[in-house]
Design a protein around this ligand. Structure first.
Ligand code: MN
Length: 439
């Protein structure tokens, strides 16, 4: 949306929420056509002319002095978040010299901050950026937010979870409030950073896919979310009532730490007390003699946590021929980039040709399968076989013609800050190519 429209709709929606009584003005007659204050009534308060107010409400805040903005904020009875949003909108009305631009949000969370997160052992604590991507979480937060972390879309994003994942309505018993809050927080952020592409992309996606989001976005509400109370319904421990505090890092603008606590002695506090309550398991510190060390690349940074029950996903036809279903087994949170799916192929089903930027390891658990690298022979896979495809190599895999086949697929997502998909998909594997395996 263009910036002047943004200002116009913000000011008109604020004006519509105040009654003359609230503004301390006499209410003239019973039949007001206008919801809220009339333009002239706003002008009575800050002592600016009607022409000047109309100019502002048409979206022109360029050159408006801070004292006039303050007066306007008072007249419209803006709260802190709305007040700051008005000033953000005014600031973005004039060209900002590069030196005053807010520094770009860091792509990766600094190591000392990650260590600080893990040093909070007794409370769920996590980090998010301004678009509400969950960037890192300590052990308790990973267990607490397991339903959100199960989203194969990485990094997990609270707004995407709330609006696009049906599980959110169970996880947030106060879903209406949670969805109002997140839309208002994104609206505040968009006022601060109207040219942040990742943010505008997210808002575009939510607007396209969610009517709930569209309605809330159109309300032009803005909100800070710095302290409060949340009810969550966890798949293992059930209902939780938690207080939260949100803190932004002065050294890393846009990066926010959230910590949840429960009132001492409350039932929720007991759920957070003992490790394991939320379904988490302590990290094994000692290896038992004879235990095999499996590829360090894939185990580093991984801890056990329960992935809640989510329905299997049926693969889209663009990626597969025949019926292919998969479940997410692991979707690591930074610094881990591990992804593990179990993939089940019906007889004759197979992937299209594709390649993985970081390579992929397959491990057959059941049935009989086939795999082929471009230019190579079709090779049979049996339970227990492990096949590695190097980065960038075109290949396909699937079930043998008359057998089911299941395999684990393990790979690393792209490093933070890299663009593009981890997997590139090509044409389908024709029946001719699928052919018969070599002995
Ligand atoms: Mn593959």
């Amino acid at each position: 949306m263009d910036h002047r429209n943004e200002i116009r709709e913000f000011l008109t929606t604020r004006r519509a929420t105040i009654t003359p009584e609230q503004a301390g003005l006499p209410a003239y007659g019973g039949n007001r056509r206008v919801k809220g204050l009339r333009r002239e009534e706003v002008c009575l308060l800050p002592g600016v002319s009607i022409d000047y107010y109309v100019r502002m409400e048409r979206g022109n805040l360029a050159g408006v002095s801070d004292s006039v903005l303050e007066a306007l904020a008072r007249a419209l009875q803006l709260d802190d978040a709305e007040h700051d949003h008005l000033f953000d909108l005014a600031r973005k009305s004039v060209a900002v010299p590069p030196a005053r631009r807010r520094p770009a949000a860091p792509k990766q969370v600094r190591q000392p901050i990650l260590q600080m997160l893990e040093a909070i052992p007794d409370a769920p604590a996590w980090l998010r950026n301004a678009r509400h991507d969950l960037l890192a979480a300590n052990r308790m937060a990973r267990a607490l937010y397991a339903p959100m972390l199960a989203d194969p879309h990485q990094p997990p994003n609270t707004a995407r979870f709330v609006y696009l994942d049906p599980a959110a309505k169970t996880f947030f018993p106060d879903w209406d409030r949670a969805s109002d809050d997140i839309a208002a927080m994104l609206r505040s952020e968009a006022g601060k950073n109207p040219y942040d592409k990742a943010l505008t992309d997210l808002i575009g996606e939510l607007s396209t896919r969610s009517e709930d989001f569209r309605q809330r976005w159109a309300a032009h509400n803005v909100r800070f979310h710095r302290t409060g109370f949340k009810r969550l319904h966890h798949p293992i421990v059930g209902d939780l009532e938690l207080n939260f505090e949100a803190m932004e890092f002065p050294s890393d603008p846009g990066l926010t730490l959230l910590v949840y606590t429960a009132a001492a002695g409350a039932p929720s506090a007991r759920c957070l007390e003992a490790p394991g309550q939320l379904g988490e398991h302590p990290r094994p510190t000692q290896r038992t003699p004879g235990e095999r060390r499996i590829g360090r690349r894939f185990t580093e940074g991984i801890e056990m946590h329960l992935i809640p029950k989510t329905p299997s996903t049926k693969g889209p036809g663009g990626m597969f021929t025949g019926d292919v279903h998969f479940d997410v087994i692991a979707a690591g949170v930074a610094p881990s980039r591990l992804r593990v799916n179990i993939v089940r192929f019906a007889p004759g089903a197979r992937t299209a040709w594709h390649r993985h930027a970081n390579g992929q390891t397959l491990h057959v658990t059941d049935g009989q399968g086939l795999v082929q690298a471009r230019g190579g022979a079709v090779v049979e896979m049996r339970p227990g076989d492990t096949v590695y495809t190097p980065p960038g190599e075109w290949h396909w895999h699937g079930a043998a013609p008359e057998h089911f086949m299941s395999h684990l697929a393990m790979w690393e997502s792209l490093a933070d800050g890299q663009d593009g998909p981890e997997t590139e998909w090509g044409e389908h594997v024709s029946d001719g190519e699928y052919g018969t395996p070599q002995p």
